[in-house]
Design a protein around this ligand. Structure first.
Ligand code: HEM
Ligand SMILES: *[C@@H]1O[C@H](CO)[C@@H](O)[C@H](O)[C@H]1NC(C)=O
Length: 481
């Protein structure tokens, strides 16, 4: 071909080529603005969450741009998706397209090897190790131990008091339960140090990841380093104990992870680094979430006398069949069907986890848009909880909506525990802890809210500004044990 001809052909095709590339890389990227570099819209979202208008903030986006839009959050270009169809898409999407990589702030604080970061075989292996401890067959053996921990908690923090602040006290409770059950850390200075460190670590989980002295992120990273060294010490102690006894143990989660050996090679299933990172993630995923649920439950039971009476009746029925100090059993929990509906309705109205992230590994075509490789996806799956087409009168606390088949929510619309292969593996643990606590509480105490208005914001979990103070009274029938 003559050079002149090829140049002409090239020139003719160039605009077409350009148009194609342009269409693919610009035209179909979702609407919205990326804001200023690094910071983007992070501060706007964090501010809205603090004021408990996070959902409203997302809803405003949906009004402005529709169910898909772009923005920049926590240092990364992001696509926001909304609605049950989006929930389904994300929870059923192949890991080759959407990976569970979290924003840098979360990844650095929880560790590179934590379950939220892993994919494929690594995710399967580590998740299976955690689930072998968190599954009902194992956890049912610990119902008594959780009950004991809760009774001890009531003695230390409720008996003898007239007023308590629910939120901080519930945090103490769920932290103690996790410490005892999952980590076998005794009460004492080591637990107290850990409480403080985890608080610091949590504060930076959603922050702009700038690692300079005096930034929130920096303080969280420092806390993480200290937590890591405490857990490493625990691992060494427990490994020694296991070596001396020579038998595997399910005494607590660390012991159980250390005991797991690959059958063919006899090497440990999890490395020490994986154990540390996953202990951290279970601690963070497991204690704040459950304390939020318990706090809202106590509030809702104080506000709704009808629901309270039904719960009380169910729990008294269970106590009747038991000796005075007899601990609860797995079978008792199975009878607490109404109480669990109340908890579920509370999770619908006040989901502890507002949104979640994934990272895009390959360009994804979504409707008429492209979600580009290297970006992250964020979705607030629980916004379906307040959709009046799915839940009529969504602001009404109504556990009976979960009773009839007709008003049961369709798939991918109750999202408090996520969905698909990443669904929360702590579900059973939450159920045991919540039901056991409510059982002990309604049997021993009555309570009233001290304040008319109890304002809360998110950081990123809901936090009551005043801690939700309540006035409590010991029931006459319940002499202190
Ligand atoms: C009311 C309490 C809880 C709520 C609302 C909750 C909610 C969630 C949600 C929404 C996810 C999925 C996140 C995603 O899609 O990326 C999740 C994952 C997870 N949760 Fe929970 N959770 C709770 C309690 C717990 C407890 C008690 C534990 C452990 C003892 C736990 C351990 C985990 C872990 C390890 C994951 C990661 C699973 C994976 O990526 O495969 N959670 N949780
Ligand atoms: C916190 O910031 C200081 C100063 O930039 C830095 O030397 C230190 O490594 C940071 N801490 C962590 C844990 O990254």
């Amino acid at each position: 071909m003559e050079p002149a001809v090829s140049v002409t052909i090239l020139l003719l095709f160039l605009p077409l080529l350009f148009l194609l590339i342009y269409r693919r890389s610009f035209k179909r990227i979702p609407p919205g603005s990326l804001g200023i570099p690094i910071i983007g819209q992070s501060l706007g979202l964090l501010r809205a969450m603090k004021a408990n208008t996070g959902e409203e903030w997302f809803r405003e986006r949906v009004r402005k741009y529709g169910p898909i839009s772009k923005l920049n959050l926590f240092g990364t270009s992001t696509v926001f998706l909304h609605g049950p169809a989006a929930n389904k898409f994300i929870y059923t999407c192949s890991e080759k397209l959407l990976a569970n990589k979290q924003p840098a702030s979360i990844r650095r604080i929880m560790g590179e090897k934590n379950l939220l970061e892993l994919s494929g075989d690594d995710h399967k292996r580590v998740r299976a190790a955690l689930v072998s401890f968190l599954k009902p067959e194992t956890l049912k053996l610990y119902v008594g131990r959780i009950d004991e921990e809760i009774r001890l908690h009531l003695h230390n923090h409720w008996y003898g008091n007239n007023e308590i602040k629910v939120m901080p006290v519930m945090k103490t409770l769920t932290f103690n339960v996790i410490c005892s059950l999952l980590f076998g850390i005794e009460r004492g200075p080591r637990r107290d140090t850990l409480v403080k460190l985890f608080e610091n670590a949590m504060e930076g989980v959603l922050s702009v990841p700038i690692n300079l002295p005096f930034t929130t992120f920096n303080r969280s990273l420092k806390a993480r380093e200290k937590i890591k060294s405490i857990i490493m010490d625990l691992i060494h102690e427990k490994r020694k104990k296991l070596e001396i006894s020579g038998i595997s143990s399910n005494e607590d989660l660390i012991m159980s992870l250390l005991s797991m050996k690959d059958q063919s090679s006899d090497s440990p299933v999890l490395s020490d680094e994986e154990i540390v990172d996953n202990i951290v993630v279970v601690m963070i995923a497991g204690h704040d979430t459950t304390s939020v649920l318990l706090t809202f439950l106590i509030k809702l039971l104080a506000e709704d006398q009808t629901v309270y009476k039904y719960v009380l009746k169910e729990q008294e029925e269970i106590s009747k069949g038991k000796a005075l100090e007899e601990l609860l059993s797995w079978d008792d929990l199975a009878k607490m069907k109404y109480t669990w509906k109340v908890a579920t309705e509370s999770l619908r109205m006040n989901p502890p986890v507002l949104f979640t992230f994934r990272t895009v590994l390959q360009d994804i075509e979504y409707g008429e848009y492209i979600i580009p490789k290297g970006w992250q996806v964020i979705w607030a799956s629980c916004m379906t909880h307040m959709d009046e087409n799915i839940y009529p009168e969504p602001s009404k606390f109504d556990p009976s909506r979960l009773e009839s088949q007709a008003t049961k929510p369709p798939p991918y619309s109750f999202m408090a525990f996520g969905g698909g292969p990443r669904m929360c593996p702590g579900y059973e643990f939450v159920r045991i802890e919540t039901l056991t606590m409510i059982h002990n509480l309604v049997n021993a105490f009555t309570w009233k809210l001290s304040l008319k208005d109890n304002i809360f914001g998110r950081n990123p979990m809901p936090v009551f500004n005043q801690g939700l103070p309540i006035q409590i009274e010991l029931k006459k029938s319940s002499a202190e044990m």
